[in-house]
Design a protein around this ligand. Structure first.
Ligand code: UDP
Ligand code: MG
Length: 316
């Protein structure tokens, strides 16, 4: 069996602090597995610059100049992690047999790549990298992440526990993935929906080797505030937040009303009027906000804007 042509896709957003290290570690590893005959000679590495504001693109261009195995894809602005991954993948869907996506910060153990390729050779179409040890993450990140996976699964999204975006996909899977047109791309939820035979490879998650996380806690909130000026789904979310708050307050008032009733501090009819009034107004407000959320999503999708725009490619 011929070794597969592999493309490694790495989304990069403001990663100047680590890119050279990432490159040297990856290319060394790559050459190793090429020599072992695990992957084809013409396997390559693709760095996608997701509209970085630092020297990330300069570094990528430099790497492309010195190493013809490197492909540089530059997006026209910041489109977000998931879109950057898709840009690198879709651009090369016809040129390679399988694809591995990995973060630029070396938090995912690159040594797991060998295991992924072996599983692919044995016939797996998707191989998920799963973190078996998250001790390098903070307590807060671990707990919130855990709850996130539990919640997703409860809501019927078939996510793989403790799997982020470190995965191998066969070309066939990627071709099918191209038919999922949504703008709000959540690969962790969509890839399992594509189906095909899948396997897992376990590794322990490492510390970020340099630079800072591009996902600080406030990023989501800040992003929402920026959205207010240019896009208008945010007010709906505001209603949802307000409704949630309203609902919580309403529940407290409900407790107060019941308490007043029990100790007899009420005029006749007060409890039966106030109770449904408070409960349902709180509930309505929240439900309205929730509906707004979904309408907002429909609004986003119905516009059918491109997920990403590729501005330039080096070493294609
Ligand atoms: N990233 C990106 N676009 C963004 C944000 C992040 O391409 O808008 C990349 C980033 O460069 C990294 C990966 O996505 O390669 C994951 O980001 P990060 O490591 O900061 O997230 P964390 O591991 O802290 O969740
Ligand atoms: Mg990271």
């Amino acid at each position: 069996m011929n070794p597969a042509r592999l493309l490694l896709v790495i989304p990069c957003y403001n990663e100047e602090a680590i890119l050279n290290l990432t490159y040297s570690k990856l290319s060394m590893y790559y050459n190793g597995i090429k020599q072992q005959g695990l992957i084809a000679e013409n396997s390559r590495i693709c760095f996608v610059n997701d509209g970085s504001r630092d020297r990330t693109w300069n570094i990528i261009e430099e790497l492309c100049r010195t190493d013809s195995n490197i492909i540089g894809v530059g997006l026209s602005r910041n489109f977000g992690h998931q879109s950057a991954i898709m840009a690198g993948l879709e651009k090369h869907v016809d040129d390679f047999d399988c694809f591995i996506t990995i973060d630029a910060d070396l938090q995912d153990d690159i040594n797991a790549i060998t295991g992924m390729i072996e599983k692919h050779r044995e016939g797996a179409m998707v191989v998920y990298g799963v973190r078996s040890d998250r001790s390098s993450d903070s307590w807060f990140k671990r707990v919130t992440a855990e709850q996130f996976y539990v919640l997703m699964q409860k809501m019927g999204v078939p996510v793989v526990f403790n799997h982020a975006d470190f995965r191998l996909m066969d070309r066939r899977v990627l071709q099918e993935l191209g038919n999922f047109k949504e703008i709000n791309l959540f690969l962790r939820g969509i890839v399992p929906l594509v189906g095909f035979r899948n396997e897992k490879v376990f590794y322990s998650r490492l510390e970020r080797q340099a630079g800072e996380t591009k996902y600080p806690l406030n990023k989501m909130l800040l992003f929402a505030w920026n959205g207010i000026t240019s896009f208008s789904t945010f007010p709906m979310r505001l209603v949802l937040y307000f409704g949630l708050f309203n609902f919580i307050v309403a529940m407290l008032i409900v407790v107060y009303i019941l308490f007043s009733f029990l100790i007899g501090h009420t005029v006749p009819g007060w409890t039966s009027t106030m109770l449904p009034l408070t409960f349902f107004s709180g509930f309505n407000m929240m439900a309205l906000g929730l509906i707004g959320e979904y309408i907002g999503k429909i609004y986003e999708e119905v516009k059918g804007r491109p997920r990403y725009i590729i501005e330039k490619i080096v070493n294609e």
